[in-house]
Ligand binder design. Structure first.
Ligand code: 9MR
Length: 370
C-alpha cells in the first residue's frame, strides 16, 4: 500500500495542531464545555481519529473537550485482525495527536462480543479451548495496554457483557468459552499491563431496572474474585423525552456505594423516531429517514437543550462520584445514530452538521453556573 495517505495525514495533523497552538490563548474557558466543568469532571468526545477531522473540527475538539475516546480504531478487529499481527499505525497516531492537543485518552475497548475477530475462538476447525481463549485475550490486552502504558488514562476493559434478557451474562463467544472468567481475567491482565490506568466495566442501559441490578451483581462478583475494577461506564444512549433521570441518579449512587468511580462514556440524545427497527425497510420507514430536512425544529431543539442541561446538572450534583462525561461523536454529522439501526439523518449532539452550536451547548454551559 502507498505511504502517501499516511504521510499526508500526518502532515495535515501537524499543521492543524500548529494552527491550534497559535490560537489557544484566546479561548474563553468558561464559555467552553471543558472550561465550564473544569472543577467537576473531564469532558470527552468519541472521534474516529484526530487526523480524519478537518481543521474546524479539530479546533472545536481542542476548544471544548479535555478527553477523547477512539470510536473504533482500538477495538480488537482493528488492533489484531489476524492472530499475532498487531496493527498499531492508526492507534499510534491517535495517541500522539491526542497528547499534542493536550487531550486525555479513554481507551475503548479491550474485550467485546462485537467487532472481535472469529480467530480468537477457533483452533483449526474446532472451538478453541477455554485456556487458549483466555491466553489469547491476555496477550491481546498485554500488548495493547502495555504499548500505551502511562499515556491512556482509562480503559473500557470489558464492554457490554450483561444480557439484555432473562440471563445474567450475555451468551457471547467469550462467555461460551470461559463463563464469567474472561471478565475477571481481562481486568487482571489490564492492571498488570498498566498499573496506573483506571479500569472500567462499560455497558448500555445499566442505569435502569433489571440491568442495573445485574450490573451491581457483576461488580460484587468481580470484587469477590479479586478483579481490579475501578469504575463503571454508563454509556448514556438516551432518547428525547424519555431520559430516565431518577434511574440514572440511582445508578450513579449505587455504583459509587460499591466503591467505584462512574463515567458517562457514550452520551447522546436521539431525536429521530426509530420506527420498528433495522429490519423494516418499508417505504414508510424510508420516508421517515430524514424527518427534519430543514434542520431540527425549534421546539425539539429546545427540548433537547433542556434535557441535556438537566442531565449535566445531575452529573454536576454527583461530581464527587463522576470522573468523565463523554459524548459519542463530535457533532451531528459524526454520530453513529445516522446509520443505526438504519440510515437516518439524526441530530443527537451539541453542534449541527455545519458545526454551528445548537441551543443544547449554551444550556449545558449555563447548567454549570452556580
Ligand atoms: O460508533 C461505533 C460505530 O461507528 C460502529 O459501527 C459500531 C460497531 O458496532 O460501534 C459503535 O460504537 C459502539 C461502542 O463501541 C459500544 N457501545 C455502543 C456504540 C454504538 O453502537
Amino acid at each position: 500500500m502507498s505511504r502517501l495517505p499516511v504521510v499526508a495525514a500526518a502532515f495535515f495533523a501537524v499543521t492543524v495542531i500548529q494552527l491550534l497552538r497559535a490560537d489557544a490563548p484566546t479561548a474563553l474557558p468558561t464559555n467552553t464545555l471543558k472550561g465550564a466543568y473544569a472543577k467537576n469532571f473531564e469532558i470527552g468526545a468519541a472521534i474516529p481519529s484526530p487526523d480524519t477531522l478537518n481543521p474546524q473540527e479539530v479546533r472545536l475538539l481542542a476548544t471544548h473537550f479535555s478527553s477523547v475516546t477512539p470510536e473504533n480504531i482500538m477495538k480488537p478487529e482493528a488492533i489484531q485482525p489476524v492472530e499475532g499481527r498487531f496493527v498499531f499505525e492508526a492507534s499510534d497516531r491517535f495517541v500522539s495527536d491526542a497528547s499534542k492537543l493536550g487531550l486525555q485518552i479513554h481507551g475503548h475497548t479491550l474485550v467485546w462480543h462485537s467487532q472481535c475477530p472469529a480467530w480468537f475462538f477457533r483452533e483449526g476447525d474446532q472451538d478453541a479451548s477455554r485456556d487458549l481463549v483466555l491466553r489469547r485475550m491476555r496477550e491481546h490486552i498485554a500488548k495493547l495496554v502495555g504499548r500505551y502504558k502511562g499515556r491512556i488514562a482509562r480503559w473500557d476493559v470489558v464492554n457490554e457483557a450483561i444480557d439484555d434478557g432473562e440471563y445474567f451474562l450475555r451468551k457471547s463467544k467469550w462467555f461460551k468459552a470461559t463463563g464469567e472468567e474472561f471478565i475477571v481475567e481481562a481486568f487482571k491482565a489490564a492492571r498488570r499491563a498498566d498499573p496506573k490506568a483506571l479500569l472500567y466495566y462499560n455497558d448500555y442501559s445499566i442505569d435502569s431496572g433489571a440491568k442495573r441490578e445485574k450490573a451491581i451483581r457483576l461488580i460484587k462478583l468481580l470484587k469477590n474474585r479479586g478483579a481490579p475494577i475501578d469504575g463503571v461506564g454508563i454509556q448514556g444512549h438516551w432518547t428525547l423525552d424519555s431520559v430516565p433521570y431518577d434511574e440514572i441518579e440511582k445508578a450513579i449512587c449505587d455504583f459509587a456505594a460499591e466503591g467505584l468511580r462512574v463515567a458517562i462514556t457514550e452520551l447522546d440524545i436521539d431525536v429521530v423516531p426509530r420506527g420498528s427497527g433495522a429490519a423494516d425497510v418499508s417505504a414508510r420507514e424510508k420516508a421517515a429517514a430524514d424527518p427534519y430536512p430543514d434542520g431540527l425544529p425549534s421546539d425539539r431543539l429546545q427540548r433537547q437543550a433542556d434535557q441535556y442541561a438537566r442531565l449535566y446538572a445531575l452529573f454536576r450534583k454527583h461530581a464527587d462520584k463522576i470522573d468523565l462525561v463523554t459524548v459519542w461523536g463530535l457533532h451531528d454529522g459524526r454520530s453513529w445514530l445516522n446509520y443505526w439501526p438504519r440510515a437516518r439523518t439524526n441530530h443527537p449532539l451539541f453542534w449541527n452538521r455545519a458545526l454551528e452550536p445548537k441551543p443544547a451547548l449554551q444550556a449545558v454551559i449555563d447548567a454549570a453556573r452556580p
